[in-house]
Design a protein around this ligand. Structure first.
Ligand SMILES: NC(=O)c1ccc[n+]([C@@H]2O[C@H](COP(=O)([O-])OP(=O)(O)OC[C@H]3O[C@@H](n4cnc5c(N)ncnc54)[C@H](OP(=O)(O)O)[C@@H]3O)[C@@H](O)[C@H]2O)c1
Length: 212
């Protein structure tokens, strides 16, 4: 597959590109700043395109079989930016992916996206935005998988996770393990049309994905 990574210069995005070097797929990295190209090519991106989620992404999507969405407005932006990127930007690229003939779409969501009221008040708008994007994806007709990690860390990956539709607990997961889960999810047809929560755990990633 030819895979477009949205949020390619982000912390998960870069780890995903690096991990994809061992896959059979090719990676097109979508960035907002052309100066990031050399860095992403150095870690394995086959191609880099410049596009913004708040604009036209058609040229970035052209010819791609799959999208991995791991963009985000970040923790230090005002709520309006969360709406612009995490909700509206995600919805816009889902619609553009459908028009472009993309088949597969992996969404990096968040563990409380379906239950925003269970999180802290200051995160309510963020979880609601992620939930709205997830719902749009579910109804898009794309072969989707929604991956919902807990709090992200920069610890080394362990290759061991806990995955379930609902884990009924809070927790953390290294970004490196999220990236590996995304790589393996691309090649796991049983994850199509599913969402799952993702935390650090005891089960090897490939085995954990088989249980979805
Ligand atoms: N932080 C957590 O604990 C947590 C928990 C669960 C889920 N998540 C989700 O995990 C995902 C990624 O996390 P991360 O740590 O990798 O985030 P990150 O390092 O902040 O990366 C986000 C990326 O999104 C890109 N981006 C922002 N606005 C954009 C736009 N308008 N058009 C195109 N790209 C845009 C940024 O581009 P630039 O490089 O140009 O800034 C950046 O590369 C997000 O979807 C987030 O919601 C986070």
């Amino acid at each position: 597959m030819h895979v477009l990574v949205v949020g390619a210069n982000g912390q998960i995005g870069r780890r995903f590109i690096h991990a994809m070097q061992h896959s059979q797929h090719t990676v097109r990295a979508m960035v907002r700043d052309a100066d990031q190209s050399a860095r992403l090519e150095a870690i394995g991106a086959n191609e880099v395109v410049v596009a913004d989620l708040e604009g036209d992404c058609r040229s970035a999507l052209a010819g791609c079989d799959a999208v991995v969405f791991t963009a985000g407005s970040g923790a230090h932006t005002p709520p309006e930016k969360t709406e612009d990127i995490d909700r509206n930007g995600a919805i816009s690229i889902i619609d553009q992916a459908v028009s472009a003939g993309v088949r597969r779409f992996l969404m990096v969501s968040a563990i409380k996206a379906d239950t925003p009221e269970k999180g802290p008040d200051k995160m309510l708008h963020y979880f609601r935005a992620k939930g709205a994007a997830d719902n749009h994806l579910r109804n898009s007709g794309l072969e989707y998988t929604i991956v919902r990690p807990g709090k992200l860390t920069n610890e080394d990956g362990t290759g061991h996770v806990d995955i379930a539709k609902s884990l009924n607990r809070d927790g953390e997961i290294p970004r490196a393990d999220v990236a590996e889960v995304l790589v393996m999810t691309l090649d796991s047809p049983n994850t199509v049309g599913r969402h799952f929560e993702l935390l650090s755990g005891e089960t090897p990633i490939d085995k954990a994905l088989l249980g979805i």
